[in-house]
Design a protein around this ligand. Structure first.
Ligand SMILES: [Zn+2]
Length: 287
């Protein structure tokens, strides 16, 4: 069960214009989930979002990150997972964190799913789709059907400790065209449909691909490791504090002796005493 965890692996069908990616998360997902006390249902949901975020980040062609988030007025107000081009993941859920449901997606009933692609150097793109009570995988399928010219399909699963995902994506037509191309694509998708969540979680990419596609020629690329890593820092925390009014800062310092900021996404605490704050404001004045 623990083989090939915290890694994703690309693959390519050599006789079809289709590529894919398989991901399984274990310890990195636990680190992400252990920053808060989440119910089993919320852990499963965040697990699926994390697997999906990794699969989508596969499409990043530059340094940046993708942010997959859902907002709703149901039990959970927010579920968010981010995956960077370096394959660092972090995430959070907000709302009733003890909520439980047989189908965790109902905790986001009537919510909206937003996919944001953020480039390190500024550009930002966001697409939004209604969840309509569907699974995350089905929601992503229709998101890609609406926003991309080439189809993509997702299969996701999570047991609250391990999560896994499989993505197939059409490539621009080179080998096949017309009906043959669509037929091959649909065959590959139908075969993927035969995977159970249990298999998705338990099988290594090699085993999964052999089970589904032993009649196809599939090229499997080396695994790419995934880490739980937050982007917070003392410097970013100082930026947040700089947004506070001077009088508020003085009041907190007078009362508590320091300003402490806790990162919600990883639990790290950043402390600023009076001298650190003075140094900060000097630096800011100089710039
Ligand atoms: Zn953090």
């Amino acid at each position: 069960m623990t083989r090939n965890l915290d890694a994703s692996q690309r693959f390519l069908f050599e006789q079809a214009d289709v590529r894919g990616e398989s991901v399984r998360l274990g310890p990195a997902l636990s680190e992400l989930l252990d920053t808060q006390t989440y119910s089993h249902s919320v852990r499963r949901l965040l697990g699926e979002f994390a697997a999906a975020a990794v699969l989508i980040s596969n499409n990043l062609k530059y340094t940046g990150r993708i942010i997959l988030q859902a907002r709703s007025e149901a039990a959970l107000s927010l579920v968010m997972v981010e995956c960077s081009s370096e394959r660092h993941i972090r995430g959070i859920a907000q709302g009733d964190l003890s909520a439980s449901a047989v189908d965790p997606m109902t905790l986001l009933q009537n919510g909206q799913l937003a996919l944001t692609i953020e480039r390190e150097l500024g550009q930002r793109y966001q697409g939004i789709i209604a969840l309509e009570g569907r699974s995350l995988a089905v929601s992503l399928d229709s998101y890609f059907a609406q926003s991309e010219q080439l189809g993509a399909r997702f299969w996701l699963g999570s047991d609250g400790d391990i999560s896994a995902g499989l993505m197939l994506q059409q490539l621009p037509a080179q080998l096949n065209d017309g009906a043959a191309r669509e037929e091959h694509w649909s065959t590959l998708c139908v075969l993927a449909e035969t995977t159970s969540i249990k298999e998705l979680l338990a099988l290594s990419p090699e085993e999964l691909l052999f089970k589904l596609y032993h009649e196809e020629t599939v090229k499997l690329y080396p695994p790419a490791p995934i880490l739980f890593k937050c982007r917070c820092s003392q410097e970013r925390s100082a930026d947040t504090i700089a947004l506070l009014a001077q009088s508020d800062r003085d009041e907190i310092i007078a009362e508590l002796g320091e300003i402490a900021l806790t990162c919600e996404l990883c639990g790290a605490v950043y402390r600023f005493g009076q001298s650190a704050l003075d140094k900060e404001s000097d630096t800011r004045t100089l710039h």
